[in-house]
Write a protein that binds this ligand. Sequence first.
Ligand code: 3H9
Length: 692
Amino acid sequence: MPDSEQITLSVEAGIAIVKLANPPVNVLGAAVRQAVAGTLRRLATEPDVRAIVLGAEGRTFCAGADITEFGKQTVAPFLPDLIAAFDVIDKPIVAAIDGAALGGGLELVLGCHARIAGRAARLGLPEVTLGVLPGAGGTQRLPRLIGAVPALHLMTDGKPIPAEAALPLGLVDAVAEGDVLAAATAHARSLIGRPLRRTRDLTDRIGPSADFEAAAASVLAREPHNPAVAACVDMVRAAFDLPFDAALAEERACFLRLLHDDRSKALRYAFFAERQAAHVPGLPAGTAPRPMSRAVVVGAGTMGVGIAMCFANAGIPVTVTDTDDEAVRRGLARAAETYAVSVKRGSLTPEARNARLALLQGRVGMAAAAEADVVIEAVFEEMDIKRAVFAELDRIVRPGAVLATNTSFLNVDQIAAATGRPQDVLGLHFFSPANVMRLLEVVRGQHTAPDVLATAMQLGRTLQKVPVVVGVCRGFVGNRMLAVRSAQVERLLLEGALPEQIDAAITRFGFRMGPCAMGDLAGLDVGWRARRAVGIVAPVSDALCEAGRFGQKTGLGFFRYEAGGRTPHTDPAVAALIAEVSERHSVPRRAISAEEIVERLTFPMINEGARILEERIAARPGDIDVIWLNGYGWPAWRGGPMFHADLVGPARIAARLGEMATMSGDETLRPAALLQAAAAHGGFAGLAGARP
Ligand code: 3H9
């Protein structure tokens, strides 16, 4: 008999089975908490019920607290109180975990007296990725159950672990081979009449405090910016120092404090922005994707092979093609080497490596494309070459196959026009290294058919990417904004900043790498060649290349590198070269503060983001942020450029841009109309809400 719409309840031979039933992912919103609390209260006094099994309907056991409730008024029982109430029930409560048990979902499980997992169970505390800590007793129950050091790692990594890893930790009592509910029911029956093992009372697992302190020091060094990580450390330490109830009160206070931290808000914003990006405006609901069981990648260079590996990793057979045998052989060898490194590091089993390699074929010429459901072109970034490839594909490929270009700058409509089927063509812009980077810009051409777009979005998810739809323009969203930043790097260098000052300012802002070190890594000659092709001058970068300084590959670029090394060292020769360029261009040099550097790099990008929104190249500010967070290293705790704009204040940014335009004479720096509108509406968020 169902107890409410949020849970189901059945009682069989003295065992009550309570299941969460709040699709799609069983979040613990107020109605669910009330239903669980009321039902357990009743079952506690029901004479015919001897034990309780807590399970869930659907693929996900429980995704935790309802994040949309955070920071809002909500109703009792709060999650910590709901779980604390398990401790006053005198009947065994056994969790039956199938699918993901995350955050508050795992904390619910920790409040039970035993835990049985299915093979597909994944258990984790991802709260730190949302800028909070486990706030429903997790910071206290987990160290008592599995030990302080593993608990700290589970909390601060934020990554779920599979059932077979949870078992040796003691996080679950057994992994069921078959029906989890049946196994949990049998276990619950076996506990009837025996003393209950309450997690809060366990004292023998927590481990030595010295081990914990050593682990804490390395965790804090790794994650200096996320306040939730430091809070987890403090709370696990409290598990040693404070009585259980006092520590729980401290955990609650800490959770509420974190909720209001801007870094925490940024991380939660990023979570929802990523999910919203999956909803494509203008794509009719229910548009069915085309079938996708065989792929061909044209071009066996670094990018083509990286893309092919994404397919093989996802279990999709893929053929990589090139014009000659040697190129194909080199490409396949590169894939094999990359997999070998993963096996050596222990992140891939030899069996999985073999399975992936078996899915990856190489062929000379494009004939293999005839069999493909999707073809991705990854040849040289030149319009004529790409158009020739598409014209050829148009002759070979079966009707209805999706044709994608991996261009990072070029006009997808012009490429599509080389075929007689522009409705089947779109851009799939992968980021290097393609088998690692999560971002996928899905470039919707003027004629791209809705089901082709739906196919690309589904494909992106299958390949474990974060797909974001963008429109056609030079560089789409990410590279278009990056070009604006690069132009500012040049200006700053000419006016007095040095590469090490620029990189230091931007890494202090939170990027892992500065633009100059990034340029050295990518190869300065790449941009040099591209600029020369379209007649663009970048005086400092051009001078470096003319001096043979191409970056890491030549040991010299913006920085100096030891033979075979990747650590950038300041080079006085670069300072002299830049000073000479400034003089040649009659630009007086001056000291430039770190604050000015950050503003001059980020504000013009935000302005370009506003133009991108005006032109409908991106549908939402959040889409731009998802792109910068997943493809360009924007620090997650700063939420992305458009979120950052709202924090700084669009009015201040517009005013600074006006000053920059006047000082430099660069009219492109004038604030965009949408930036000014955001200033008037209290930020891009307010503006986006007001738009259709
Ligand atoms: C927490 O628990 C705090 C406690 O310690 C203390 C409390 C006091 N809340 O990802 P999907 C939505 S913090 C609200 O596409 P999948 C999501 O937005 C929480 N909504 O599915 C989407 O909505 P829409 C710690 C949520 O199958 C829909 O559900 N937990 C939540 O690819 C489907 O989601 C986490 O951090 C939520 N907690 O992946 C886990 N979760 O359709 C966060 C999801 O309108 N969740 N939604 O766009 C996940 O990692 C994934 O959703 C999951 C399923 C792996 C579960």
